[in-house]
Design a protein around this ligand. Structure first.
Ligand SMILES: CC(C)(COP(=O)(O)OP(=O)(O)OC[C@H]1O[C@@H](n2cnc3c(N)ncnc32)[C@H](O)[C@@H]1OP(=O)(O)O)[C@@H](O)C(=O)NCCC(=O)NCCSC(=O)c1cc(O)c2ccccc2c1O
Length: 130
């Protein structure tokens, strides 16, 4: 499991007093930085590999400014070129959001999906959801 702690910003709070729904995809993406580094270690966008293809976000409880949140990311399934992640966001020890997301290992220069390399696959297997 990959784990990231984030501090909600005042500007992420909406007129109703809770963290706005549009913020959550950004927080979940931030928690995927170790995975982006795995696929593109030098962060060169010309060689970027991870392209998002599908996401399903569940809002379980409201989230508020003033208390850090923790995002946990597991690898749910490693396909040929695709990768499914399962993610949970916690505040005060309670799960507030769940997200499932699929990425494709995509060669943007050649515009084609590519098999996930064995070395990356081995690293991903250490973070499988059980
Ligand atoms: C990504 C696509 C090109 C895939 O097209 P296609 O389906 O034709 O490809 P394949 O047949 O080869 O399938 C590959 C792989 O994907 C699985 N798959 C296909 N469809 C789905 C689906 N609906 N749900 C789940 N999985 C699916 C399929 O089974 C194959 O899996 P295997 O494991 O069996 O190989 C095409 O779909 C496409 O172009 N989609 C649009 C993608 C897009 O525009 N995404 C949003 C923009 S990208 C983005 O937001 C982004 C994020 C970043 O973090 C960036 C960081 C840095 C730079 C850029 C970034 C960026 O642009």
């Amino acid at each position: 499991m990959y784990q990231t702690t984030l501090s909600p910003r005042v500007s992420e709070t909406d007129g109703v007093g809770h963290i706005n729904n549009t913020t959550l995809p950004v927080w979940f993406e931030a928690a995927r930085n170790p995975l982006f580094s795995l696929f593109t270690p030098d962060h060169d966008f010309a060689k970027w590999k991870m392209v998002i293809i599908k996401t399903t976000l569940e809002f379980v409880k409201q989230i508020y400014f003033g208390t850090d949140v923790e995002v946990r990311v597991w690898v749910k399934r490693i396909g040929n070129s695709s990768l499914e992640l399962y993610e949970e966001l916690y505040q005060n020890g309670e799960v507030c959001a769940k997200n499932a997301v699929t990425y494709v290992n995509y060669n943007l220069a050649e515009q084609k999906s590519e098999k996930i390399p064995e070395a990356i696959r081995a690293e991903l297997e250490k973070h499988l959801y059980v």
